[in-house]
Design a protein around this ligand. Sequence first.
Ligand code: GDP
Ligand code: MG
Length: 566
Amino acid sequence: MTDGGPDTRVVAQIARAKEILNAHPRTRGLTASLPQADTSPLRIALLGPYSAGKSMLIAALRRLPAADVEKLVDAAPRTQVATPYPWNGVTLVDLPGTLSGDEEHSAAARRGVRGVDALMIVTTSELPGEAETRAILRALDADGFADRSVVVVNKMSAENSDREVILDEIRKRLGPFADRVPVIPTDARDYVDAANEPQLTQKQRELLVAESGIDALAAELRRITAPGVEGVRPKAQAYELMRVLEDAEQRWELDGEDLDAAQTAKKAEESISRAKEAVIDALERESEIAASRIRTAGGRAADGVSEKNGVVPVDIATAVTGELIDARTDFDVRFSASVRAAFAALVAEYGEGVPAPEAWVNGADAPETTLAAPTESPYERAIREAAEKAAKVGAKRLHEWLKKVASEPGEAAANVANWLNKTRAGQKVLNAGGKITNGVGKFKPWGKIKAGEKVASTAGKVQWAIAVMGPLTDVKSIVQDQSKRMAINKRRQVLRDHFAEVALRQRTDLTDAGERHLSEWITEVEHSLADLTHPGAEISAAREAALEEIKSLRDEAEKLARPATG
Ligand SMILES: Nc1nc2c(ncn2[C@@H]2O[C@H](COP(=O)(O)OP(=O)(O)O)[C@@H](O)[C@H]2O)c(=O)[nH]1
Ligand SMILES: [Mg+2]
């Protein structure tokens, strides 16, 4: 046999199987069942129910004298051990009481089948019953003996039925295997009688021998074993290897503590990923809502452009500013709530040990750099100054700051203060401040909240809104324009485009910042649950790795055992 031939390949596969099975205590015990390098004669097992004539067939094939036949036929039936008989360079293995259909017996039969190279399936002209038929098909199909079997229909002379009718019935029962497996009618006793009955004439003897089918059977057995040990055995061993690997897969069925651990780990992983998904969903939804509100606010500003001088009136501008802050504040509140809900769900399942998420401080798109624009309207300047102060003052002084803004001269500043006090968005800004200054103790699990940061965040939102509003105040050269109408339309479009762009950037920034915030928290959660999930995760990982190796080897063995036909 050359390198890479089936015998070399199966030897390599068995060696690899040994390594894989030895790698874990669960499967280590199976290495003993692996097929061994074996150059002994091919083994053909006789598989069939009690009293089908297996012993008689062996006697006939071996041409035993009458005295020996009796010993063989009478003594053997009740024995439970497989008995080997040398015949014609191969070994016939008599498996007692098999294919009975009885579950325990067929389990014994299947074990007996393991390790043989070919099968002589023995049934009789009385025809196999349902259970026996099932067992035959299993041997041919699942056990892989379809191309290494003969089906013997013994006791043909005992039945009065038409020979062809009986054989047709057998073929029907064999279904798809009828064309693949030779079916040989025999009468072993006729053969033995003919050989041992001194009263028979030579002619009678010849007729009986020819009719007995034993010579045809011998020829068929020679044919299926013709490729020799090197041709037949690797296939048989590849099958046997597949069966051992199937057993190994079963050994990896987790139970007891291992199963509990694996399930605990899986459950925790699922809980975490559920929490994560819920927050991601909220994040995607809310960032899109914020973006859409920014676009709408932009539309409002554009519609508000004065036909007279191209300016957005201060009251509209302050309202739009409020809407922007409102959109961002609502986003913060809802995103925060979704994280908190996810946290609460995990606490409900895993208790107080679950780490609380950091307070959500939304620093998305901080606009500081764009604030120092050279041209400023009174409106813009007033709000900018207010925002800068907001960033500096401490939480306790938020109300003072707002009062101060209101008391400062100038209509724009008064408008801002007015808006902060009266509009929903303004209330929200104030409310956020109130929570920080008054509610620290009550704000669990947000006890970690950093008041200063929250104020900075609020101020940051104001700053951001003002930066967004910048183009509203840029009215250079509009009044001088000859074609006022066109200029105003163009200006409206510029504002819409500007807000659309801001909306888009906000959505991306909010999503990115939200995801970062979430993933930091999730990492902490995973860490805190590690003691709970670690053992199960380890077992599952070992199991998956082992199963993967087993499966890949099984695929390889299967290629050898069942080479693609046609
Ligand atoms: N008529 C007839 N009887 C047979 C034939 N083969 C075996 N027998 C009888 O059937 C019984 C069981 O045979 P045996 O070879 O011991 O069956 P085993 O249990 O399958 O080994 C014995 O009484 C045999 O004489 C056969 O081909 N024709
Ligand atoms: Mg027997």
